[in-house]
Design a binder for this molecule. Structure first.
Ligand SMILES: O=c1ccn([C@H]2C[C@H](O)[C@@H](COP(=O)(O)OP(=O)(O)OP(=O)(O)O)O2)c(=O)[nH]1
Ligand SMILES: [Mg+2]
Length: 147
């Protein structure tokens, strides 16, 4: 179990903190902390506040991912998916939504707009070499193994 500190930003006491909607869900749903309903017109993108900030242990990150229901029914997704929340970020978590659908989409306060998944992130140290080890794949990629 990892302990993550959560801070509710002033004026957002009424906004729910991220929540799992089933006991083994991967994602904690994020709630919109918009003051009043925000409309995303087709093709439009907007940064939606969540009213929360986190302090997680070093070695973790949080990913902001779309909700599939919003994507399927309304064409609403995260433009930068998965969004990266760094362990040392202390600002408000925001969600960059885009409307890829054909109809305007309204986001109300306390509506679930995306989900946040925590991941362990290994630290690496680069070791510069002149030659890399051989593999069967080698430099083949981008469809090299067939359709
Ligand atoms: O969907 C997102 C993505 C990022 N962030 C915040 C937390 C993250 O730690 C910070 C920086 O994100 P990122 O590294 O993706 O953006 P950048 O364009 O590289 O900005 P920076 O130069 O600040 O790292 O912005 C969010 O709140 N929501
Ligand atoms: Mg960055």
């Amino acid at each position: 179990m990892h302990y993550v500190q959560i801070h509710k930003l002033p004026g957002h006491d009424d906004v729910n903190i991220p929540e799992k909607m089933s006991s083994s869900a991967s994602g904690y749903d994020l709630y919109a902390a918009v003051e009043e309903a925000v409309v995303l017109h087709p093709g439009e993108r907007k940064l939606i506040p969540t009213g929360i900030a986190l302090a997680m242990p070093e070695g973790l990150e949080a990913q902001i991912r779309p909700r599939s229901g919003l994507a399927l029914k309304h064409g609403i997704t995260c433009l930068n998916t998965p969004g990266t929340i760094d362990a040392d970020y202390r600002g408000e978590i925001k969600v960059l939504l885009i409307n890829l659908g054909q109809e305007p989409f309204a986001i109300a306060r306390n509506e679930r707009i995306a989900q946040m998944v925590f991941q362990e992130v290994p630290a690496v140290q680069f070791e510069r070499v002149e030659v890399l080890s051989d593999t069967v794949r080698g430099a083949g990629g981008f469809g090299h193994t067939g359709k």
